[in-house]
Design a protein around this ligand. Sequence first.
Ligand code: ASP
Length: 241
Amino acid sequence: GAVLDERGEASLDASFMSGKDLNAGAIAGVKKIKNPILAAYSVMKNTPQVLLISEGADQFAIEQGLDTVDNSYFITERRRTQLLKNKSLSQIKNKKELLSTVSKFGTVGCVALDKNGNLSAGTSTGGRSNKKWGRVGDVPIIGAGNYANNNTCAISATGWGEFFIRNVVAHDISSLIEYKNLNIKEATKISLDKVKKLGGSGGVIALDKFGNYAMEFNTKGMYRGVKDSKGNFKVSIFKSD
Ligand code: ASP
């Protein structure tokens, strides 16, 4: 399932970036592509473009032979109820109250480092529940919700997308490493603090070229997991986990 926009439809954004050559692909506002991340990957691999949107992106996926589905495929009972709650809460003038009452996020991200030192990042989302028709978040914006560079790190973000766009968070973290020589934990913390200062919230999963990782967030929790090549793995939700 995916979170639903104000019209009760799922409109999906996704992006993929390869740190080896800074190649990237993204799609935004698609309605029919079953696995949006595959379409983002195909944009990167098979076209000179970086970002395709709405019907053009849906059509591209069909041409690439990717699976398509009816929009209702993404609509679950849980997301419909969430939309109804968010719609009634949007009458509330106090934005803080609105934010603390209902979670509106639903993004999946992944960062990886292979044995050849190649970093990559993928991010996929339905965006924010009750989002405006036509709204695009940070996820398909390279450098905001997604970034990978073999010289620095790979980043995938989740949270209130507008703040991640305005702070160019994923690229900001990479730049803090590149220009200030900060480690991955320091860099993610600084960048997320800037988001918080502007009134935004969210988190990132981050992996540097040495395999050090950070999973920082300024929300109550963030579903997250990490696995290394020796088979060690860990999954967590809250800060204290
Ligand atoms: N960042 C996404 C957006 O604003 C939402 C999320 O992370 O759940 O579109």
